[in-house]
Design a protein around this ligand. Structure first.
Ligand SMILES: Nc1ncnc2c1ncn2[C@@H]1O[C@H](COP(=O)(O)OP(=O)(O)OP(=O)(O)O)[C@@H](O)[C@H]1O
Length: 885
């Protein structure tokens, strides 16, 4: 288990604070010991970090092309921010040859100089400190440098950490650096030449450079390691590469690059900042294996350091990855014919993946959009739920990646989704499609390890699937991410209508703004944009006229209004007029969806639900309108021995993913969910969707119902309508322009099941009450103990007094009652239920003519109702609808 206090695990902010502390010392004229860090390598790394942040030495990493983020190398950052200042940059950007000479000179005099350094002279506060102009960017400082603006420096004074025996820590000491051969003078510090601030971090380089170089050479860089490279494992096995080695390598690389660039392009020394792109690529290729290994170690370390939850989430994520593949081997079924995709020019590697997935033909939305998207058009697409919209925007991205293999300096595609689950699902879908093209797809969502996500961004993935909040959190604080965001070639907004809801739109707006800040002004076409949803038309209230270039231009200047037009206006299409492709039917529900309703009183919904679940077992998704309803229903259904899971927004992300997985993996299971599961969740073979409470809008009804009847499969949506909901129901039917027929119910069976449900509800209520009392009591006890208060016996009777023992007795009785009720319920549950007019003891012909056959039938026998056969609710509903026609 790595030490969490090592710099590797400290946040950049913490490191920055440490650095700040050291400079505060200088301003306060006192010298304060810093926190003692026992590990000598860590100590060295800390010291080196502090110094390198202010005085970046030449590092090979500085010359690598920036990946999508990462702790940016000083020179790359500075060169991006202030290209015109290269000349004046010291160590990292100075002409290599000049620097070499200085170093060589300094190297000779280093030991001498060290010997000649005086100890601290006089009061530092009396010296001539000068304000330091801070750069606009400090590596690892989140650009939050406000606290460092008052930094001061003095020319000719060096800082050094020294062990403090008294405190066991280390102390920052200031030493006036004397020129060789010059005797020490007390007034030296005061008389120090007042030049502009130290040029290492400001834009001016003057004769103090020599001292900087001297300072560099007084430090034994071989005893330091780069913080970024530091790992406990490497420290133990002695694999750490010293800064000294890196510096030497960087110097020789710089010198070589200098020569090569000079010769090839006749550039001046000042322009040379690193090796050419191809060299970098070669070097990177050479290092790849090594990096992979390091990456693995890093992953291990970080995962150890992370919260348990996060680790488990990542495990889940890995599991998702394997699930995403959906197949264990790489051998395609020769009988699967995917030639239908040829017409769209789909890349052979993608066709192979399609073959694996068994997707022989494109779905309607895919075939209607692919031709245009493959030729570069921007698309606004509307298609019913479960119709394959993910691949409609995913294939063009993967096609581009397959046609242009190699390393990119920015991701190719960005997909924004409203929920975390949907993001993970889209990632899985695209990963399965990218199986042979090997495109790297990552997911950036809240509730998961941020460091890991940052690392993933740093590796410059091909496609990023993200929720707007977390993505903007990461990108808005890092210029490198921002620049690379602007270079993406594809942007897709999935479930666009949901993005308009409060909580998504403000970040989405910021992302669009950042994306378009520079990109839109360029004449060269660089980005393709897709906006997809199932209920686009309804929410948009948009017609083609509104998509005219003029109208779109007008919309861009408008303030947020939260409408689809507003989103369309802000997203920044490159097409003058994006294509609008709508393949929805009037109501956007799938053609294969059968809809029905159950009319019942609000307080009977549990009975009807239980009846439905018992009568028609299958994978059933039950939607409710509040989290409280989920909390109430879960224990009751569990008591009724139903395999039930919950899903709502207040659940930990880890639990949410786990529950979705379990539900997906269990054939006969129930998930009670809030509308967090209404959109986009693609769980194969959801047999039934039950609207336990009516959705608050027609669109929500469409999305909820869309969790079944996906990818041309059939499915059933059942609305439970109480008299109070009648008005809403009629309104919804009018909006969706449909009439929903009632579902046939056997009222006798409901009557027989009722006692079970009532008993389960009663047990749950009693347990809940008991738990609440004991929770409250413990809370008082705990707080009283903490505050050292003795609780009054009236308030908290002890078991010794009469009232206390009375309470104890009644609690015990209640527990006993619950136990008895539970065993009664279990007894009930273990018995099969007979239909009306049928005796459990004697076989009588009665209402059911083939009763004996049914009772003897093992194969089709119903598990709960002994006189009934297994039946599908879908068939029952269809039959009823047909009869009504
Ligand atoms: N061409 C195809 N042939 C067969 N199955 C497909 C095809 N394209 C996609 N699918 C499958 O159809 C299912 C639904 O696809 P997808 O999730 O992309 O739908 P969607 O339109 O985005 O749905 P929603 O609006 O609910 O998010 C997925 O399981 C997917 O694997």
């Amino acid at each position: 288990m790595p030490n969490k206090k090592t710099p590797r695990h400290q946040s950049q902010k913490q490191q920055q604070r440490q650095l700040l502390a050291s400079f505060d010392v200088k301003r306060r004229k006192t010298v304060t010991p810093v926190k003692k860090i026992k590990n000598p390598v860590v100590e060295a790394a800390n010291e080196q970090w502090a110094d390198m942040t202010m005085n970046p030495p030449p590092m090979p990493a500085a010359n690598k092309p920036a990946a999508f983020g990462g702790a940016p190398s000083p020179s790359t950052q500075e060169s991006k921010k202030r290209p015109q200042q290269h000349q004046s940059e010291p160590a990292s950007s100075a002409p290599a040859s000049a620097k070499k000479t200085k170093r060589a000179k300094a190297k000779k005099s280093a030991p001498q100089q060290a010997a000649e350094e005086s100890s601290t002279e006089g009061e530092e506060g009396e010296w001539d400190w000068k304000d330091v102009t801070m750069p606009t960017y400090i590596p690892g400082a989140d650009n939050d440098i406000g606290g460092m603006v008052s930094l001061q420096e003095i020319d000719g004074v060096n800082c050094a950490w020294e062990d403090d025996e008294e405190t066991g820590g280390r102390t920052l000491k200031f030493h006036k650096a004397r020129k060789a051969g010059k005797p020490a003078q007390k007034s030296d510090a005061k008389q120090a030449k007042r030049t502009v601030p130290l040029a290492r971090i400001t834009s001016t380089r003057d004769d103090s450079d020599e001292e900087i170089d001297n300072f560099y050479d007084t430090v034994d860089w071989d005893s330091f390691v780069a913080v970024d490279d530091y790992s406990e494992q490497k420290a133990e096995t002695g694999e750490l590469v010293s800064i000294g080695k890196l510096m030497r390598e960087a110097e020789s690389e710089l010198a070589e690059a200098n020569v090569a660039t000079d010769a090839d392009e006749g550039q001046s020394d000042d322009d040379v900042v690193g090796p050419s792109g191809s060299e970098v690529e070669e070097a990177e290729e050479g290092e790849e294996d090594e990096e992979d290994e390091e990456e693995e170690i890093d992953e291990d370390e970080d995962e150890d350091a992370m919260q348990v939850d996060e680790v488990e989430i990542e495990d889940d994520e890995e599991k998702d990855d394997t699930m995403a593949a959906g197949f264990e081997d790489d051998v395609e079924d020769p009988d699967v014919d995917v030639s239908a995709w040829d017409a769209f020019g789909v890349h052979p590697l993608l066709q192979r993946a399609l073959k694996h997935l068994g997707f022989t033909t494109p779905s309607e939305i895919q075939s209607k959009t692919l031709y245009h998207s493959m030729t570069g058009r921007d698309i606004i697409g509307a298609a019913e739920t479960g119709s394959g919209k993910t691949l409609a925007f995913g294939i063009p991205m993967l096609q581009h990646i397959s046609e242009n293999p190699g390393k990119w300096t920015a991701p190719t595609g960005l997909v924004l989704t409203p929920t975390r689950e949907l993001a993970i699902q889209v990632k899985n879908h695209l990963k399965a499609m990218a199986r042979f093209s090997r495109a790297r797809v990552v997911v950036i969502v809240g509730g998961m390890s941020q460091p890991k996500q940052e690392r993933q961004l740093n590796t410059c993935p091909d496609i990023i699937i993200a929720t707007p909040g977390r993505f903007w959190d990461l990108v808005s604080t890092n210029d490198v991410y921002l620049n690379q965001l602007r270079a993406i070639k594809f942007l897709a907004i999935d479930e666009a209508d949901r993005m308009l809801e409060p909580g998504h739109f403000s970040e989405l707006k910021d992302i669009f703004k950042a994306l378009n800040e520079t990109a839109l002004q360029e004449t060269e076409r660089r980005r393709q944009t897709f906006v997809f949803s199932a209920t686009l038309l309804k929410d948009m209230q948009l017609n083609k006229r509104k998509l005219s270039p003029k109208a779109m231009k007008r919309m861009q200047g408008k303030p947020e209004s939260g409408t689809m037009e507003d989103l369309i206006g802000r997203v920044g299409f490159y097409d003058k007029q994006p294509l609008f492709i709508d393949v929805t039917r009037g109501d956007s529900t799938a053609r294969t969806l059968v809809e029905t309703r159950i009319d019942c009183m609000a307080n009977e919904k549990d009975h009807y639900l239980y009846y439905f679940l018992m009568r028609y077992p299958g994978r059933t998704l039950v939607f409710v309108n509040s989290i409280d309803s989920i909390r109430r229903m879960l224990p009751m259904l569990r008591l009724l021995q139903i395999n039930v899971f919950g899903l709502h927004a207040q659940m930990e992300q880890r639990q949410r993913l786990k529950n979705v997985d379990r539900f997906r993996d269990t054939e006969n299971a129930v998930m009670v969910a809030s509308d967090v599961a209404a959109r986009g969740l693609d769980i194969p073979q959801v047999d039934y969707v039950i609207h336990y409470q009516l959705p608050r809008s027609g669109d929500l009804y469409v999305h909820r119902s869309g969790r079944t009847a996906r990818a041309s499969n059939e499915g059933l949506a059942v609305m439970m309508v109480s008299p109070e909901e009648r008005k809403l129901y009629y309104k919804m039917c009018a909006k969706l322009d449909k009439d929903i027929s009632p579902f046939p119910i056997d009222l006798d069976l409901i009557g027989r099941l009722k006692p079970r449900v009532d008993l389960a509800r009663d047990i749950d209520l009693r347990e809940h009450k008991l738990n609440k009392i004991s929770h409250e009591r413990n809370w008082f006890k705990k707080n009283a103990a903490e505050m050292d208060i003795e609780l009054d016996s009236d308030f908290m009777p002890s078991s010794d007094d009469e009232r206390g023992s009375e309470i104890n007795r009644s609690e015990k009785q209640e527990k006993m009652h619950i136990r008895t009720a539970k065993s009664r319920l279990n007894q009930m549950l273990s018995k099969k239920i007979m239909g009306r007019g049928i005796s459990g003891r004697y076989l009588s012909s009665g209402i059911i003519s083939d009763l004996a056959d049914r009772l003897l039938d093992q194969k089709d026998a119903h598990a709960v109702f002994s006189t009934l056969r297994k039946e599908s609710a879908l068939e029952t509903a269809k039959l009823k609808t047909d009869n009504l026609k």
